[in-house]
Design a protein around this ligand. Structure first.
Ligand code: CTP
Ligand code: CA
Length: 225
């Protein structure tokens, strides 16, 4: 029994994980997106399930397979991801916002395929909703984990995101670092905590990184933080 407890630190917890990129349409055949593969978020969903959690994975368009035992909801746009996450929020104990959500979308979505013309083209973009920020504002009992994929000044940006989004933990990585970029099977993460402390992990597989961050979250929930 003791061993099972140690193995399953998220037993009975409801976890919502978002993963992958979003797609913001310009016209019926074109969209804006980013390099997110979904691998980190899918690894978190899989690891959380193995640690005993009831897992809902809200995923943008990716090519990888969903892990067994996990309930998957597929979305495309930032707005769809927002709607899906908000529906699950009340019942969630932990939310992990791994998804690379578009910050902007085309202000106007053309009904027909745009035809090319001479000269340059300007597409006006408008802001999407900041899902994590809103989760932070509406937080009641949930443990909120955000990501920060940066190319520079990682610590400064990660700490800013922790406060501005009212998150309980920020998982930061420097995506310009070898072994921590988009699409790979490894990551180099640092966890930033509310008490100002941080934990750095050397390069490991995304599955190991998922286990490390979930173990830390489970410990903090256990302490009632
Ligand atoms: N995020 C979100 N909704 C958005 C944008 C970001 O929920 N519209 C979440 C991401 O899922 C991630 C965290 O916020 O967990 C940080 O995302 P990131 O892109 O690093 O930060 P931003 O706040 O968008 O700031 P910037 O892109 O300017 O660094
Ligand atoms: Ca962003």
């Amino acid at each position: 029994f003791q061993e099972q407890q140690a193995d399953q630190p998220l037993d009975g917890k409801r976890i919502v994980v978002t993963a992958g990129p979003t797609r913001e349409a310009v016209d019926p055949v074109r969209f804006f997106t980013n390099h997110s593969s979904g691998k980190m978020g899918y690894a978190i969903a899989e690891a959380a399930y193995e640690m005993g959690a009831d897992v809902t994975l809200i995923s943008g368009p990716v090519v990888i397979q969903a892990p067994a035992g996990v309930s998957v909801q597929r979305v495309e746009t930032a707005e769809e991801m927002y709607e899906a996450v908000m529906k699950e929020y009340e019942g969630a104990d932990v939310v992990v916002k791994t998804a690379a959500v578009a910050d902007y979308r085309p202000k106007q979505v053309h009904a027909h395929k745009m035809k090319k013309q001479d000269g340059s083209l300007t597409i006006e973009l408008e802001r999407t909703k900041d899902i994590l920020k809103e989760l932070g504002e509406k937080k009641t009992h949930q443990f909120l984990i955000g990501f920060a994929a940066e190319t520079n000044d990682v610590e400064q940006y990660a700490k800013q995101k922790l406060t501005s989004k009212n998150a309980d933990m920020i998982v930061a990585n420097n995506v310009s670092q070898e072994g921590a970029g988009f699409g790979g099977d490894t990551n180099i993460i640092t966890l930033y905590h509310r008490d100002g402390s941080q934990q750095h992990f050397d390069k490991m597989t995304k599955k190991q990184a998922a286990q490390a961050l979930l173990k830390e979250a489970a410990a903090q929930i256990g302490e009632g933080k």
